[in-house]
Design a protein around this ligand. Structure first.
Ligand SMILES: Cc1cc2nc3c(=O)[nH]c(=O)nc-3n(C[C@H](O)[C@H](O)[C@H](O)COP(=O)(O)OP(=O)(O)OC[C@H]3O[C@@H](n4cnc5c(N)ncnc54)[C@H](O)[C@@H]3O)c2cc1C
Length: 610
């Protein structure tokens, strides 16, 4: 073995979107730290995953790589078009239709970047990110492959790797980050990967030149769309990744291929010719040989969804595909990789400045929870997608149900769908966090914000307050208070906060935990919540909170809005004190839960009738 390669603060395995995001952000915010990234490919390499989401753009800006990505001239992506199931009429999600002015008005880094993303040739995109990491000061060793783990007293202490010179070396580090993609270097070693029980697919794809453009499906050369089109045996993606280059992939069930002993290549081309919508676009096109120096003109790839039981442990963390992978139906992979790695960087940077070991442990638990929760929205959408043959409004409704548990704002069903699929929902979360952390938060901000995001409600109730003295709030579910960490974007640290989680489904598993409503809260919120027990009117709750030290200013500006948010999330019922039979004073018991969920959904559909 060659001499050791020294000790780093962080060793990152893999130079894809996750690895480069994590390494660059850690180096950017903690320049004194030694960050090493090893990548097994010697130079730019082919990769699947070409259609990006706008939620990535602010992260590219934070990395300092956005301008380079723009300069590379990748086609802009303005949305997605779907033909799915029996109904062959196309429907589309155009990003700008979500009208995210409520976001862009307040978060300057989102201005001009939420209405479009890119469709990229991944060899070039990933190379831009890797060079940018080097420019930031990350030590990048290409042509270096992680071979095995060094473990000491149960802690991951580093790696043995084969370097560019063919020598085997030890690399030691305080933290080792697995960003090795589907390879899942560490998760395989730790045996923590769990396949999704239903999303077990396989993909076959190829690249074509001289394909035709059809605006309805593909957009224009500079303003492209991803076209998703189902057949009776699976579905196609059609992604223009250059003005004269299109990626065409077919996804089908692994079991279907096995049971019928199908040859994937034959299946791909026979389905392509049978697809009435896509074949006319490719009839005169030419398949690219040796795409991106891969030596291949046809590719297959395992497409099984999975998640890690844990995304971190003693001396290690995982991000991107190495931590979780959701079926590509919503083009969420690169988004989850960038986002997960951004969160991992913030968590690690906070760990380094947090002296208390217990709080460090809570910090990493929060990172695990984040990885599961954010991907759970996509898991829920994808599972619903494959399990049904429904029309577009049904997908959108599903998105609202998912979104509502996380975000106490009222979005239209279509906007909820676009917001989830574009990865912008985290920025709505973030605006709420920002409000919580601001000391000068006033009722005026409240009105502006709610006027923008609860537009429907405001129209029905223009400026008129809900008659407070008549309002009796009642929790529909038991709740627990848990620690939560809020990333202070652009600063590279997390702020400690608390979160209330309502246990609508007490047995929810991490893959599907999207319907348990949750909300980050301040100490004032907690005092206020503790007064809600179904016996008090709104005014009584406020008076009690004031007695317990909640400032009147806070009560004036936040309490009513907070009640409204919880009602929107379906966690709270609002009743008129004068209605017969009210107020209800039953305490929660698990046997009431289904009755309560029915009551909750009735209540949601009636909102804002309080
Ligand atoms: C069929 C299919 C279609 C998809 N379509 C889309 C899409 O349209 N849009 C989208 O956003 N996502 C899509 N994805 C997902 C997307 O490809 C991934 O989510 C994304 O690339 C994850 O980034 P990452 O950085 O985690 O991993 P990767 O991009 O896989 O990067 C991992 C890196 O680690 C390196 N590496 C691996 N092992 C080692 C080792 N032992 N030592 C050193 N280096 C190592 C690899 O060479 C690689 O460069 C698709 C996925 C599939 C399977």
């Amino acid at each position: 073995m060659a001499p050791s390669s020294g000790r780093s603060d962080l060793i990152v395995i893999g130079g894809g979107p996750a690895g480069t995001t994590l390494a660059t952000l850690v180096k950017k915010y903690a320049p004194q730290r030694e960050v090493l990234l090893i990548e097994k490919a010697p130079g730019p390499r082919h990769h699947v995953g070409e259609s990006l989401q706008p939620g990535i753009n602010p992260i590219l800006k934070e990395l300092g790589a956005y301008d380079e990505v723009v300069k590379a001239g990748f086609p802009r992506k303005i949305g997605a078009v779907y033909i799915w199931g029996k109904d062959r009429r196309p429907w589309e999600n155009i990003f700008k239709d979500a009208n995210n002015t409520a976001l862009t008005d307040r978060a300057s880094e989102l201005r001009n970047v939420v209405n479009a993303s890119f469709q990229v040739r991944r060899s070039r995109y990933d190379e831009i990110l890797l060079r940018n990491a080097e420019k930031t000061g990350v030590r990048v060793e290409r042509n270096t492959q992680a071979l095995s783990i060094i473990e000491e007293d149960g802690r991951i202490a580093g790696l043995t790797c084969r370097g560019a010179d063919g020598e085997i070396r030890e690399y030691r580090g305080e933290f080792t980050a697995d960003c090795s993609g589907q390879n899942g270097f560490l998760s395989k070693y730790r045996r923590i990967r769990q396949p999704h029980p239903r999303l077990k697919n396989v993909a076959a794809f190829a690249y074509f030149k001289n394909a035709r453009w059809k605006f309805r499906y593909t957009g224009y050369k500079y303003e492209t769309k991803i076209f998703i089109c189902s057949t009776s045996r699976g579905w196609f993606w059609y992604i223009p990744i250059d003005q004269d280059l299109v990626s065409v992939g077919f996804v089908t069930g692994t079991q279907f291929v096995k049971t019928n002993r199908l040859d994937l290549r034959e299946l791909y081309f026979s389905e392509l010719k049978r697809c009435k919508e896509i074949w006319p676009l490719l009839k005169d096109a030419e398949r690219v040989k040796d795409f991106d120096g891969s030596g291949q003109d046809f590719f297959t790839q395992n497409d099984w969804s999975y998640f890690n039981v844990a995304a971190s442990g003693s001396g290690w963390l995982a991000a991107g595909d190495a931590a979780v992978f959701v079926d590509p139906i919503l083009s969420s992979g690169a988004l989850l990789a960038h986002l997960g790695a951004q969160r991992a960087a913030y968590t690690l940077l906070t760990h380094w400045i947090e002296p208390d070991a217990d709080r460090q442990a809570v910090l990493w638990r929060d990172y695990d929870a984040f990885t599961k929760e954010f991907s759970a929205r996509f898991f829920a959408m994808a599972t619903f997608w494959y399990g049904n043959d429904l029309n577009a409004p049904k997908w959108w409704e599903k998105a609202t149900a998912i979104q509502r548990a996380h975000l106490p704002v009222k979005l239209s069903d279509r906007t909820a769908f676009i917001t989830i699929s574009t990865g912008l929902s985290q920025y709505y979360d973030r605006l709420h966090y920002d409000d919580l952390l601001r000391e000068d938060y006033t009722i005026l901000d409240d009105q502006d914000f709610y006027r923008a995001v609860l537009r429907g409600d405001v129209k029905k109730d223009p400026g008129k307050a809900i008659p407070r003295n008549r309002l009796v709030p009642r929790f529909l579910y038991p709740y627990k208070i848990e620690p939560a960490f809020l990333p202070l974007y652009g600063k590279g640290v997390m702020h400690v906060a608390k979160r209330i989680r309502f246990l609508k489904h007490a047995d929810a598993d991490p893959l599907n935990d999207v319907f348990n409503p949750r909300r980050v809260v301040s100490a004032h919120h907690l005092e206020f919540i503790s007064g809600i027990d179904g016996r008090r009117t709104f005014d009584e709750i406020r008076a009690r909170a004031a007695e317990r030290g909640v400032p009147t200013g806070w009560l004036d500006s936040r309490s009513l809005a907070f009640i409204k948010e919880l009602a929107l999330q379906g966690a709270l019922e609002l009743k008129s004190a004068y209605r017969r039979g009210s107020p209800a004073v039953k305490s929660f018991s698990p046997s009431h839960s289904s009755q309560r969920s029915r009551s909750a959904s009735r209540q949601r559909s009636r909102w804002p009738a309080a």
